[in-house]
Write a protein that binds this ligand. Structure first.
Ligand SMILES: [Zn+2]
Ligand SMILES: [Zn+2]
Length: 347
């Protein structure tokens, strides 16, 4: 695929998007996003001057590789590196008809992270990428306070985030950022945020992130309490499994781990009864729930949400994997909440 020439900052962002979608860890892609922000912050005259005087690389955040991209894009060319990536990554493997139809029916994503918690990009960049891939909305679900390793938001920070989202929504309308949280399910089964704040959010994804090896009965009770909580909208990555080792910021590695043990029938029945959707998490290292549990949730009559759990803009394009699994497990389009409009969802 050949790309059209674009402005330097847009070319840098497109490179970042393609790398993220191709599963590069977001911190490794960060140089391109940082450079895009630096270049976008220059006016045209200043960019011209920097190029003429060969002082681009004096700017903090611009290195050899990113400077080369800027120069080529500024000349009206498609940067070499971008052309290579477009060639290698732009075309996703085509989906079979049913999965393609489901993917086309998705209007948004109900589980995403920004740099307010452990994501790699600002809210605005996540929203702009969502617009580019055709979404009508995006639920911003940064982590809750207990998850300190992921810089979970205190109540005060979440309040500030709500103000920022309100301002962005005015600017980006009709696109809509839904306010939200990925709220830890505490060992007690309680949710890790105040009732008052949870009640003000559009979308509450509740997930287990600790004590994943707890005994079956204990884990079942804990999940039931969260599913029955009137604030909970979506049960996030229900088994907590990790299929492959993953690398996080700072080079920390998380080893693969098996599913948590819980009474899935009881939990899924409670999801049906209390109107909590079961998430189909599309992250390549999660693909949670596994097919056998996804099939069971479908048989029991659950609703679903096909989410990316994106921590970087390019990862917003990972919904294909969730659609393939949903179709394989017999999930009908009508049962997938994020095929609905934002207004229908919130009603
Ligand atoms: Zn999570
Ligand atoms: Zn998440």
């Amino acid at each position: 695929m050949t790309a059209a020439p674009q402005a330097p900052a847009a070319a840098l962002r497109r490179i970042a998007f393609l790398l993220e979608r191709a599963r590069e860890p977001s911190y490794r892609v960060k140089a391109f996003r940082t450079a895009a922000t630096v270049i976008a912050g220059l006016d045209a005259a200043e960019l011209d001057r920097r190029i003429r005087t060969r002082t681009l690389k004096d700017l903090t955040g611009i290195g050899d590789k990113t400077a080369a991209v800027v120069l080529e894009a500024h000349r009206g060319e498609v940067p070499d590196y971008l052309a290579k990536l477009e060639d290698r990554y732009a075309e996703l493997a085509p989906l079979a008809d049913d999965a393609a139809a489901l993917r086309a029916a998705l209007r948004g994503d109900l589980h995403t992270h920004s740099d307010w918690s452990d994501g790699g990009s600002p809210i605005r960049e996540m929203a702009e990428a969502a617009i580019t891939i055709g979404h009508e909305y995006l639920a911003l679900t940064d982590h809750s306070p207990q998850l300190t390793v992921a810089n979970g938001l205190t109540a005060a920070r979440l309040e500030r985030q709500l103000d920022e989202v309100a301002a962005l929504n005015e600017e980006l309308a009709p696109f809509r950022i839904l306010t939200g949280i990925e709220c830890d399910i505490l060992v007690s089964g309680e949710l890790d945020q105040t009732d008052e704040l949870l009640g003000r959010l559009d979308v509450v994804v509740a997930s287990v992130h600790s004590e994943l090896r707890a005994p079956r009965a204990q884990m079942t009770e804990r999940m039931l309490a969260a599913v029955e909580n009137p604030h909970t909208d979506v049960l996030g990555h229900c088994t907590g499994r990790l299929l492959v080792e993953r690398e996080q910021a700072g080079g920390k590695r998380q080893r693969p781990r098996p599913e948590s043990e819980f009474d899935a029938d009881t939990v899924f029945r409670a999801c049906v009864e209390h109107g909590t959707a079961v998430e189909i998490n599309s992250r390549p290292e999660r693909l949670d729930p596994p097919r056998r549990l996804l099939t069971r949730a479908e048989e029991l009559g659950c609703d679903f949400s096909i989410d990316t759990d994106a921590h970087a803009p390019g990862q917003l394009d990972w919904q294909d994997a969730g659609c393939v699994r949903a179709v394989e497990c017999g999930v009908a389009v009508e049962r997938v909440l994020n095929t609905r409009t934002a207004d229908e969802l919130l009603a």
